[in-house]
Design a protein around this ligand. Sequence first.
Ligand SMILES: O=c1ccn([C@H]2C[C@H](O)[C@@H](COP(=O)(O)OP(=O)(O)OP(=O)(O)O)O2)c(=O)[nH]1
Length: 157
Amino acid sequence: MSLVIPVQVLPHGEGLPLPSYATEGAAGLDLIAAVPDAEPLVLAPLARAAVPTGLCLALPAGHEAQVRPRSGLALKHGVTVLNAPGTIDADYRGEVKVLLVNLGEAPFRIERGMRIGQMVVAPVLRATLEKSRDLEKTTRGDGGFGSTGLDGGQISR
Ligand SMILES: O=c1ccn([C@H]2C[C@H](O)[C@@H](COP(=O)(O)OP(=O)(O)OP(=O)(O)O)O2)c(=O)[nH]1
């Protein structure tokens, strides 16, 4: 059973349903394109756009929302979220936008009401940065960026 958190939203986009969870176990609310009916947005190959959703919300303090791609759009059309996961801050009161990029070979048409991304609400941990002369030693040390190889083996340096 998931934790449920209330999120206030303003009335939005005429005729547009509120984002909803597609299934009982879905992690993300489907975000819906609020482009004007008469003006679908056509994303040329390699073009990007901030697609309006009509959604303005107030997340409870200590929470964020992550704007993530829909795998179907990514796999079938190469259309994905450019800055995935986009971060919606708890103090943001503007319209949630989905930054889409078309990595496919064909132009992609975005019509009003199309489900273009998904939004996952999550708790936020904040760090307090404490100055220190030394950091706790680890096996990895400063190895990164492929230092452990590709074969599932041990760190080899
Ligand atoms: O995919 C996204 C990412 C961000 N936002 C909105 C909500 C977020 O709270 C605000 C700022 O986002 P971010 O911190 O990523 O932007 P920035 O480039 O650092 O700009 P700013 O200086 O306004 O924080 O923009 C969206 O609507 N969609």
